[in-house]
Structures are given as structure tokens and as C-alpha cells.
Design a protein around this ligand. Structure first.
Ligand code: UGA
Length: 433
């Protein structure tokens, strides 16, 4: 199939690259000329494992091209995917101006029937609006089918998730575009669910909100674990082995972040409100998440007392492992709070330090994770990078002024930390001895 993807963010770039990888001919369009130039020269604007190799391979084979012109993309393709940002407005609702703008650009360039597929996360009924907009602005009066095809990839595992999806959801207003969409996704060998367009749009917000709810649920349980002496990891394993519950997304933490869950929760609450329903459950999910950060920060303050001029090492800046993305990162939030209290910070992240430098000045960026602890009064683990598990704990303890560690990701073994002589405070667990 000939496919155009408009928008080369995490979703658009991964989608375009993976479609090319399975044999489709893809044009990725973005209005950011500098980004397109970088991509044309073989560079990648984001860190995502495996992506760079796939882009280079598919660009070299001629199946993947990068352009700034929507017109060119629309003229040369049968199916056009929209993967533009849908950022939050101050009241929590979704800014759909990029969607509207792209719909108008597509309409302007269309001279024959096209299938327009929305991949961005949007409020239910957006597809209807996109369809109306294209029909209104298309001078050549050709037919269009608008489809909703929400994306479920996770940053840090984006290529893997895209190539091996649990399911593909296709939401349509008529059966006409279904054959083409099935053909596009046939190489992925996964279940394809065809629904009405409203359901497909709702599935995305419902899925993300449910995952966020799972995290807040286990974080609430972690509070009970701390109060009772239980261990949240044991509880998560115990409930997660029930296949109706599942173990995934039951890792207690200092809270979830990123560009999706916080934004999508606010949007879903707002959408529900507009549909006449007060989604109080999701408000509680948000509240628990905010409290989790407060509780973690309080643990640090309670232990160190005055933070002013104390040296604190922070491991992790990205909002999660395997990414350089610091948007709405709990780790960054923590750093800002520590700085505000006057702490001197030594920070490290395997990928996110460059991005962090622009928004977190006056801290020491340390390139080696083991050296972060040098001279520190305390060390904080804020992101679940797997390599942090390989920290040379013996060395870390020796170089710290005080061997105090706050682990917001439950990375280390409680007994081992005690044996090594650390004062070790994690989430929802404590040493029994
Ligand atoms: C999330 C969804 O998982 C994807 O399915 C969805 O496609 C994506 O949003 C999106 O809407 O674009 P993502 O934000 O990339 O993906 O990252 P997640 O792996 O979901 O992690 C989100 C946050 O939750 C991170 O801060 C992570 O550290 C935290 N988390 C995750 C926990 O605190 N505990 C867990 O058990 C799992």
C-alpha cells in the first residue's frame, strides 16, 4: 500500500517506519523542516531502541521517505494517517487545532478518493469532525472515509510494540475502508477488531485510563503496606497471578508520568463531563498519583530534615526507562522540588541528560552512574532504568557521606541493602528485621 503519515513524533515516526519495514511504501510528512532534514540525513530526533536502524534500512531501500509537503504526501498515497500532537488546554480538555489544520490541508490537496486514518489520541466524536472538515474544505468534492485507528505503543518499546501488537483497532463509519486497513495490517499477524468509529476513539482513552488506574491502585496499596509492614511487591505478585487481574502495571512507584497518562486522564475526565458523566474514579486516580509524589518527597525531607546545601544524587531523569523523554517526568518533578528546597544535585540518566539540561540548570550532570553518589548525603532512584540494578553498591556506599538511599522504583533487594549498610527507603516495603 502507499501510505502517508502526517506528523513525525513518537507515534508517527514509529508507525511510518514499521509500515515500511513490513513492505508498504511510506512518506512521512512534518511541517518542521529541520526535523525532516535531520531524518533525510539519517538522523533520528528521539531515542527509541531499534528505531534508527529501521529508519536507515527502509530509507535506503526506497520504501521510506521524509517530506515537508502535505500536498505531496496526499497526492502520492491512498491512505493518509494523522499522527499530530493533541496537547492539553489549561482546563484539561484537548487542543484539536493541529488535527483541524491537517484535515484542512488534506482536503485542500485531495483530488481523488482517500482514506484518512486518525492515529492521534483524540476525544470521542473527533472522527466525525475530521470528516465534516475535509468535506467542507475539499474543493474537488471527492469522496473520503475517515477511520479511527488508535495506537497503543509504549515509548521505550515502541518498535517492538508496533511490530507485535496485542490487537489493532479499526473504527469505521462504513465498511468501505475496511479492506484497505486489513491489508495494511495483514503482515502484523495480530487480531484486528473492527468497531464503529466512536467505540475505537473511546477504546484509546479507556485503555490508558485503566492502565493509570492500575498503577494508582497499587500505589494506594503501597500506602497500606507501609502502614502495616506488608510488602507491595509480594501483594502485586499475589494478585497479579490471577489472570483476571494480571501482573503488568502493578509496579508501585513515585507515580506515573509521561506525555500520555496525565494528559489522557485529564482529557477523559473532561470528555466524560461533556457527555454528562462525573468520572470521579479517574479523579481519584489523579489524586493518588499526586499524593504518591508528595509522600515520596516527604520521606526524603523526614529523613534528611533540612535539604538546604545537602548533596543529593538522583539516578534517572526520563519519565520511564528506555527513553530520553522528560515530559511530565516524575524524576524531573522531584529534581525541581529538591532544588527548590536548596539541595545540591548530582544527576544521571543514560539518555535524557541532554534534554534535561535545557530545563534543569545549576545541577551537576554526571556521565557515569556509579559516580553520582560521590560525596552525597543521599541517593534517589527516580527512573526504572534496568542498568541501575547493576550499580556498584559497595562502591556507592563507601563514597557517600551518608549511605541513605530513597528508591522510588523498588529496584533493590531489601535484605541486600541492609546487609550492605544502607538506610534504604523504598515504596511500600521495609526490612522485616
Ligand atoms: C502509555 C501506554 O502504556 C501505551 O499503551 C499508550 O500507547 C501510550 O501511553 C500513549 O498513549 O501514547 P507510555 O506513556 O509510553 O505508554 O509509557 P508506560 O509504559 O505506559 O508508562 C507510563 C508511566 O507509568 C511511566 O512513568 C512509568 O514509569 C509508570 N509506570 C508504569 C509505573 O509507575 N508502574 C507500572 O507498573 C507501569
Amino acid at each position: 500500500m502507499k501510505i502517508t503519515i502526517i506528523g513525525t513524533g513518537y507515534v508517527g515516526l514509529v508507525t511510518g517506519t514499521c509500515f515500511a519495514e513490513v513492505g508498504h511504501k511510506v512518506i512521512c510528512v512534518d511541517c518542521d523542516a529541520a526535523k525532516i532534514k535531520l531524518l533525510q540525513e539519517g538522523g533520528v530526533p528521539i531515542y527509541e531502541p531499534g528505531l534508527e536502524e529501521l529508519i536507515q534500512k527502509n530509507a535506503a531501500s526506497g520504501r521510506l521517505a521524509f517530506r515537508t509537503s502535505t500536498r505531496e504526501g496526499v497526492e502520492q498515497s491512498d491512505v493518509i494517517f494523522i499522527a499530530v500532537p493533541t496537547p492539553p488546554l489549561p482546563d484539561g480538555s484537548v487542543d484539536l487545532s493541529f488535527m483541524e489544520g491537517v484535515a484542512r490541508d488534506i482536503a485542500d490537496a485531495m483530488t481523488s478518493y482517500k482514506i484518512v486514518v486518525d492515529k492521534s489520541t483524540v476525544p470521542v466524536k473527533t472522527g466525525e469532525k475530521v470528516s465534516e472538515t475535509i468535506r467542507r474544505y475539499c474543493k474537488s468534492r471527492v469522496e473520503v472515509d475517515v477511520v479511527s485507528n488508535p495506537e497503543f505503543l509504549r515509548e521505550g518499546f515502541a518498535v517492538e510494540d508496533f511490530l507485535k501488537p496485542d490487537r489493532v483497532v479499526i473504527g469505521v463509519r462504513s465498511q468501505r475502508p475496511v479492506t484497505a486497513l486489513r491489508e495494511i495490517y495483514a503482515p502484523f499477524n495480530c487480531p484486528i477488531i473492527v468497531t464503529d468509529i466512536h467505540s475505537a476513539e473511546l477504546i484509546k482513552h479507556a485503555a490508558n485510563s485503566f492502565l493509570a488506574l492500575k498503577i494508582s491502585y497499587i500505589n494506594a496499596i503501597s500506602v497500606l503496606c507501609e502502614a502495616s509492614g506488608a510488602n507491595v511487591q509480594e501483594v502485586a505478585n499475589g494478585i497479579g497471578m490471577d489472570h483476571r487481574i494480571g501482573r503488568a502495571f502493578l509496579d508501585a512507584s513515585l507515580g506515573f508520568g509521561g506525555s500520555c497518562f496525565p494528559k489522557d486522564l485529564s482529557a477523559f475526565i473532561k470528555i466524560s463531563e461533556q457527555l454528562g458523566y462525573d468520572f470521579g474514579l479517574l479523579k481519584e486516580v489523579q489524586k493518588i498519583n499526586a499524593q504518591q509524589m508528595d509522600r515520596f518527597f516527604k520521606k526524603i525531607v523526614d529523613t534528611l530534615w533540612v535539604l538546604k546545601e545537602k548533596t543529593v544524587g538522583v539516578l534517572g531523569l526520563a519519565f520511564k526507562q528506555n527513553t530520553d523523554d522528560i515530559r511530565m517526568s516524575p524524576a524531573m518533578e522531584l529534581c525541581h522540588r529538591l532544588r527548590k528546597e536548596g539541595a545540591i544535585l548530582r544527576v544521571h540518566d543514560p539518555q535524557a541528560m541532554e534534554k534535561a539540561k535545557a530545563v534543569l540548570p545549576n545541577v551537576t550532570y554526571v556521565s557515569d552512574m556509579n559516580s553520582v553518589a560521590d560525596g552525597c548525603d543521599a541517593l534517589v532512584v527516580a527512573t526504572e532504568w534496568p542498568q541501575f540494578k547493576k550499580l556498584d553498591l559497595d562502591r556507592v556506599r563507601k563514597v557517600m557521606t551518608h549511605p541513605i538511599m530513597f528508591d522510588g522504583r523498588n529496584m533493590f533487594d531489601l535484605e541486600e541493602m541492609e546487609r550492605l549498610g544502607f538506610i534504604y527507603k523504598s515504596i511500600g516495603r521495609q526490612c522485616q528485621s
